[in-house]
Write a protein of this length. Structure first.
Length: 138
């Protein structure tokens, strides 16, 4: 069995944003040489997310609005966590969107359904953060 590990780094200039990381993950899969197995992608920061969905700008806008309604950033005083910080909402948004995605690898390709893509979701940006790609298989 083969095992592959790589860290991808991202920096979102604003507080929140979504990045399609499917091309970078595909490069990792090619580098790994794995033809059949499983691929894990996870955000290594507790205010960021990895998820699978459609790459459609309207959907991403709707996510941003929906998440802000569920866990609004302001007023920052509404959160106990924000004593000396201002990112409690980012922790909650990450909890909603999830930590990781697992994708089957079949015949050397990500075994996606129609329109599926892998995204990095940032909820407390303006600094570099890591995403782990771990691939195991034959």
């Amino acid at each position: 069995m083969k095992s592959y590990r790589k860290e991808l780094w991202f920096e979102v200039p604003g507080r929140r944003g979504f990045i399609n990381i499917t091309p970078e993950v595909n490069r990792c899969l090619e580098e790994s040489g794995v033809r059949e197995g499983l691929l894990l992608v996870n955000a290594m920061h507790i205010t960021a997310s990895v998820f699978i969905n459609d790459d459609e700008s309207g959907l991403h806008h709707d996510y941003d609005i929906w998440l802000e309604r569920l866990a609004p950033h302001e007023p920052v005083t509404q959160y106990r966590h924000n004593v000396g910080e201002d990112n409690a909402d980012a922790h909650m948004k990450r909890q909603i969107m999830g930590r990781e995605a697992v994708v089957a690898v079949t015949d050397g390709r990500l075994d996606f359904g129609p329109w599926e893509q892998i995204f990095y979701g940032e909820f407390d940006g303006r600094r570099r953060k890591r995403v782990l790609v771990k691939i195991i298989g034959e």
